[in-house]
Write a new protein. Structure first.
Length: 153
C-alpha cells in the first residue's frame, strides 16, 4: 500500500537521493523540507514533491517518483496531496516549472501561463532563477481545482 505523508527532517538525504536519481535540482530543498511530502511503500520512500510557500502563492517543485515505481499514479496522488496541503495553508495559486511533464500537469488542472503571471520580485525562489528560461511555467488556481476536481482517465 502507498502512504502519502509529510516529510520529516530525517527524510532529507533520501529526498535528495531521489531527486538526484531522476535529474532534478536539489538546491533549496532543505529550507522548505517542512512543505515536502513523500510517498512510501512498505516504509520505503519512493517519491517526493514539495512546495515553496510565499503567502498565498506557492511553487510546486521537485516532484519525483523513482523510475521503478512510475506509471502507477503515485505522482498524480502526490500532486493532489500537495494541493490539499497548500489549500490548508491559505495558498490560492500554485505555480510550477516543467520541461517535459506539461500533459501530466494539465490532466490535474494546471494551465501554461506567461511568465508575467508570477510576481518574481516578491518570490525569492531558486526555481525561478534556474528554470525560468528553459521551462514552461504553469499555474493552478486552488479554488478552481476544488470546484472542478479532475480525475485521471
Amino acid at each position: 500500500m502507498i502512504v502519502f505523508r509529510r516529510a520529516r527532517s530525517m527524510d532529507f538525504e533520501v529526498i535528495k537521493g531521489i531527486l538526484e536519481k531522476v535529474g532534478l535540482m536539489t538546491d533549496g530543498i532543505e529550507q522548505h523540507i517542512d512543505n515536502f511530502m513523500v510517498a512510501e511503500e512498505g516504509n520505503i520512500v519512493i517519491a517526493t514533491g514539495g512546495l515553496e510557500i510565499y503567502g498565498d502563492v506557492a511553487i510546486l517543485r521537485s516532484l519525483a517518483v523513482l523510475p521503478e515505481f512510475q506509471g502507477r499514479g503515485i505522482g498524480d496522488g502526490l500532486v493532489r496531496a500537495l494541493i490539499n496541503f497548500a489549500e490548508r495553508r491559505g495558498v490560492k495559486k500554485i505555480f510550477l516549472y516543467t520541461r517535459s511533464a506539461k500533459p501530466f500537469f494539465e490532466k490535474i488542472g494546471f494551465l501554461a501561463v506567461d511568465s508575467e503571471e508570477l510576481d518574481k520580485k516578491s518570490i525569492k525562489s531558486l526555481q525561478i532563477d534556474q528554470c525560468a528560461n528553459s521551462s514552461i511555467l504553469m499555474k493552478l488556481d486552488v479554488n478552481d481545482f476544488f470546484k472542478n476536481i479532475k480525475c485521471r482517465k
